[in-house]
Ligand binder design. Structure first.
Ligand code: SF4
Ligand code: SF4
Length: 571
C-alpha cells in the first residue's frame, strides 16, 4: 500500500528533525518545511510516533469505521494482543471483554490463541531440518518489513508462517462467519500496514491501538475493572508472547541465553546486528526470534508513556499468565492455513556521481573533508548521506543545522552592524546577551564589559521590559528618557519561542533637544507677547479712562454753556 499510515500534523510539527534522526531506515521526507513518512520506505516501527516531542505524528483512529460497521449490523469481533494486561487494569480477559461488549463488540478473544498455533508451527517448520539456517521468526511485521524492504537476500531465512494476528483472524472468521468484522487491538502500529497485505484482504477490517480503545472507553464512561479472578480457558504460555522469548517459550523451545542455538534479539539495532551476522555467515544459531521493539510487543509504540516502563509491563504480563487456568489449545486439525510467502520489496536507490554529491555539499559551504562535521543534527549520520538524501528528494539541502546557524549568525551580524538603531538583546532575567555596535556607541560602552550583566547597568527604568516579559505584548516606539542625556523611541519585543527580548532604541535626543529649544523659544515669545499685550491693554484702558473723564467734564461744561446761551437769547 502506498497510502501513508503514519501522518504528520503540520500545525504541530516544529521541523526539529528528531523523527528523521530516530528513523532507522530514513523513511521520512522533508520538503518545503513539511515532514512526511514515505510509505514505500517505512517499515512501520513507530519510532517516529513514539519519539516526536510535539506529538505531531499519529496513526488515524479506526473508531469511526468500527462504529459505522457496528451500526450497519456487522458482528464486531476483537482479537486482543497479549500485551493488554500491561495497559488495562484487568486480572482476567473477561474484564476487558465485558468493557468491549459495552461499546458494541459482539465478541472478543485473546490473540494469544493465534500465537499458540503460530509458535507451534514455527517449531514444526524448524524441526523439519531442511530449511536455511538460522530460521528467523516471522511474528513481528516490522522485522518482516525490514527483511522484505531492506534485506531481501535474507528472505529464505524467514519462517513462511503468518503472524498471530492473521492466524487468529482466520480462526475468528471461521467461527463467526462472513458477517464478522474483525478488529485487531494492540500496541503495534505495523498491524495497520499488515492488514492491507495482498494475501489477507477482507480478513481484518480495522486495527485499533490500546490508546485508541482507552479513549473510546473514556468517551463512553466505561471502565475496564479488575474482577476477582474467574476460571477462563486461556492459551497457555502464549499469554507470554508479548515479551521477548515468548514465541520460543510457547513452543517449548530453549530460551536459555547461554544456548548458542537459539537467539532472542529485540530492538531495531539488535535486529540489524543479527541480520548482519546471518549475512556474513558468522552467526551460528539455528533459530532467531527477532522483535523490533526492545523487550518485545509489551513495549510497542502504542504502549509508550506507561508508568513503570517495560519492566513493570513485563511483570504484569507474567502475573496475568500465572493465574493458572484450564488450557485452550486448538487441535492440530482445526488450524487454519498458516503458510505465507514473501516478496522482495526493495526500493531502487539511484546512483549519484561524486560530482552531484559535491555540488550539494558545496551549497552548504562544505568544500573540504574537514568542513563535513558529520554531527547528525539533520537526522543523517554523515553530511554525505544527507547530501545523497537531498539528491533523492528526501531531505532539503538547507537542513544542515551548523550551516543554517552560521548563515543566520552572519545575517544577524550584518543587521546588527549596519542598523543605525541601537539593538540590545536580553534574556527574560533581563541579562544582556547582545548589543549592536550602534548601541555601544549610544551608551559609550563595550558589549564585552556588559555581556552577562543586568540591563539596569544600561537603562535605569525597566518598566517596559517587565511588561513585555510578563504579558508577551510588544511595545512599539514609545518615547522614553533612557538616561539623563539620552532620549529614545523604545521598541521592546519578545522573541517567539525563546526566553529572549529585543530592544530597539531610536536615538531622538538631538531631535528632542531641538524641539525643547524651539518650545522654550516659543514659550518665551508667547510670554513676552502676553506681557506687551497686557501692557498695551493697560495703557489703552487708562487712556480710555482719562478720555472718558474729560469727555464727561466737557459734556457738563458745554451743556452748562449752551444753557446759559439759551437763557441769554430768550431774554
Ligand atoms: S519529531 Fe518530526 S514530526 Fe515531530 S516535530 Fe520534530 S520534525 Fe516534526
Ligand atoms: S515508523 Fe519507523 S520506519 Fe516508518 S518513518 Fe517512522 S521511524 Fe521510520
Amino acid at each position: 500500500m502506498k497510502e501513508p499510515v503514519i501522518v504528520t500534523n503540520p500545525e504541530r510539527c516544529r521541523n526539529c528533525y528528531r523523527c528523521v534522526r530516530e528513523c532507522a531506515v530514513k523513511a521520512i521526507r522533508v520538503k518545503e518545511g513539511h515532514v512526511q513518512v514515505v510509505p514505500e520506505l517505512c517499515i512501520m516501527c513507530g519510532s517516529c510516533v513514539r519519539i516526536c516531542p510535539q506529538k505531531a505524528k499519529n496513526v488515524p483512529s479506526s473508531r469511526l469505521d468500527i462504529i459505522r460497521a457496528r451500526d450497519e449490523g456487522r458482528k464486531i469481533v476483537a482479537s486482543v494482543s497479549p500485551s493488554a494486561p500491561a495497559f488495562f487494569d484487568m486480572s482476567t480477559f473477561s474484564d476487558l471483554e465485558k468493557a468491549l461488549k459495552e461499546i458494541g463488540f459482539h465478541a472478543a478473544e485473546e490473540t494469544a490463541v493465534g500465537c499458540n498455533i503460530v509458535a507451534l508451527a514455527h517449531r514444526e517448520y524448524f524441526e523439519k531440518g531442511s530449511v536455511p539456517m538460522p530460521v528467523i521468526t516471522s511474528t513481528c511485521p516490522v522485522v518482516v518489513n525490514l527483511i522484505e524492504q531492506y534485506n531481501p537476500d535474507l528472505i529464505p531465512h524467514l519462517a513462511p508462517i503468518v503472524s498471530p494476528m492473521i492466524a487468529h483472524a482466520r480462526l475468528l472468521a471461521k467461527r463467526y462467519g462472513p458477517d464478522a468484522y474483525i478488529v485487531f487491538i494492540g500496541p503495534c502500529l505495523s498491524k495497520k500496514k499488515e492488514m492491507y497485505g495482498e494475501s489477507i484482504s477482507n480478513l481484518i477490517y480495522a486495527v485499533m491501538t490500546f490508546l485508541g480503545l482507552q479513549e473510546w472507553f473514556v468517551a463512553m464512561g466505561i471502565e475496564c475493572k479488575r474482577s476477582t479472578a474467574v476460571m477462563e480457558p486461556f492459551p497457555e504460555k502464549a499469554r507470554l508472547f508479548a515479551i521477548e522469548g515468548g514465541l520460543l517459550g510457547t513452543a517449548d523451545m530453549s530460551t536459555d541465553i547461554l544456548d548458542n542455538k537459539t537467539i532472542v534479539a529485540s530492538g531495531l539495532d539488535a535486529c540489524h546486528d543479527v541480520l548482519g551476522g546471518i549475512r556474513t555467515g558468522q552467526l551460528n544459531a539455528s533459530l532467531v526470534e527477532l522483535l523490533a521493539c526492545k523487550g518485545g510487543c509489551v513495549n510497542g509504540p502504542a504502549m509508550a508513556g506507561l508508568a513503570g516502563g517495560v519492566t513493570l509491563s513485563r511483570q504484569k504480563i507474567i502475573e496475568y499468565y500465572t493465574h493458572k487456568q484450564p488450557d485452550l489449545r486448538i487441535p492440530r486439525d482445526d488450524w487454519p492455513p498458516l503458510t505465507r510467502t514473501y516478496l522482495d520489496r526493495r526500493e531502487d536507490v539511484p546512483e549519484f556521481s561524486e560530482e552531484q554529491i559535491q555540488e550539494v555539499l558545496h551549497r552548504v559551504n562544505k568544500f573540504t573533508p574537514e568542513d563535513e562535521l558529520n554531527c547528525g543534527a539533520c537526522g543523517y549520520p554523515s553530511c554525505r548521506q544527507k547530501a545523497i538524501a537531498s539528491l533523492r528528494g528526501l531531505a532539503e539541502v538547507t537542513m544542515c543545522i551548523p550551516y543554517m546557524r552560521s548563515r543566520s549568525e552572519s545575517l544577524r551580524q550584518v543587521v546588527m552592524d549596519v542598523t543605525p538603531n541601537s539593538i540590545i538583546i536580553i534574556d527574560n532575567d533581563l541579562i544582556i546577551r547582545g548589543m549592536s555596535p550602534s548601541a555601544e556607541r549610544l551608551f559609550k560602552c563595550k558589549l564585552s564589559e556588559l555581556e552577562g550583566k543586568h540591563l539596569s547597568r544600561l537603562i535605569p527604568v525597566l518598566d517596559d521590559f517587565y511588561y513585555v516579559r510578563d504579558t508577551g505584548q510588544p511595545i512599539y516606539a514609545r518615547r522614553r528618557r533612557i538616561r539623563e542625556n539620552i532620549i529614545a523611541e523604545q521598541t521592546v519585543v519578545q522573541v517567539e519561542g525563546q526566553a529572549l527580548m529585543v530592544a530597539i532604541l531610536r536615538d531622538i535626543t538631538e531631535r528632542e533637544g531641538e524641539r525643547e529649544k524651539f518650545n522654550a523659544i516659543r514659550e518665551e515669545t508667547l510670554q513676552r507677547t502676553r506681557e506687551v499685550v497686557s501692557k498695551q491693554m493697560r495703557v489703552a484702558h487708562e487712556i480710555a479712562h482719562l478720555l472718558g473723564e474729560t469727555t464727561a467734564e466737557s459734556k457738563t461744561t458745554f451743556s452748562h454753556l449752551a444753557k446759559l446761551l439759551q437763557e441769554d437769547g430768550d431774554k
